[in-house]
Design a protein around this ligand. Structure first.
Ligand SMILES: C[S@@+](CC[C@H](N)C(=O)[O-])C[C@H]1O[C@@H](n2cnc3c(N)ncnc32)[C@H](O)[C@@H]1O
Length: 148
């Protein structure tokens, strides 16, 4: 059996406004690569998915693209570069991030630390949930809870 609980020490290590790892100026890409950084094909695929969602929603007047845990906005920037003008005109791109708004993000993109409410569109999260600070433990063969 595995158990998990919210971990304030981990929260500070990752997100403390002064020294948290994810607040550092170089951003996550300064330390590791996700599929967002690996190839422009990823942004292209997300743009295609967004177009399918747009179609399925009947091309709403305002179409949201919410990138949850947006890093330094690399995916948003890449997706925006792939969309046709007609969709861009209706698009509300949101980067939801603990870290500050990065320089160079397209001016149409909104940057916020909370997901927007009441929007219609696509919420996308790449490598976000594995960054939610939790302590993990397991029960050993003798039934004793062990911190992992
Ligand atoms: C592993 S990085 C992934 C960044 C980007 N999505 C990518 O795939 O390259 C996880 C990001 O999630 C952000 N994050 C973690 N918890 C968050 C929260 N509760 N709200 C907003 N952003 C969060 C971190 O600051 C970090 O930039």
């Amino acid at each position: 059996m595995t158990w998990m609980r919210w971990a304030p020490a981990m929260e500070r290590a990752l997100y403390d406004p002064g020294q948290g790892f994810y607040r550092r100026p170089e951003g996550p890409a300064g330390h590791f690569r996700t599929s967002v950084h690996a190839s422009p094909r990823f942004a292209r695929a997300v743009a295609r998915l967004l177009l399918e969602v747009d179609e399925a929603l009947g091309r709403p007047e305002e179409l949201a693209l919410v990138d949850m845990g947006a890093g330094r906005g690399e995916l948003l920037t890449g997706v925006l570069a792939e969309l046709p003008a007609e969709v861009l005109a209706r698009l509300r791109p949101y980067g939801v991030e603990v870290a500050d708004r990065p320089a160079g993000l397209p001016s149409t993109a909104l940057w916020t630390d909370r997901p927007p409410r009441g929007v219609t569109g696509l919420l996308f999260a790449n490598e976000w949930l594995d960054n939610v600070p939790l302590d993990a433990g397991e029960v050993d063969e003798d039934g004793v809870l062990r911190y992992v």
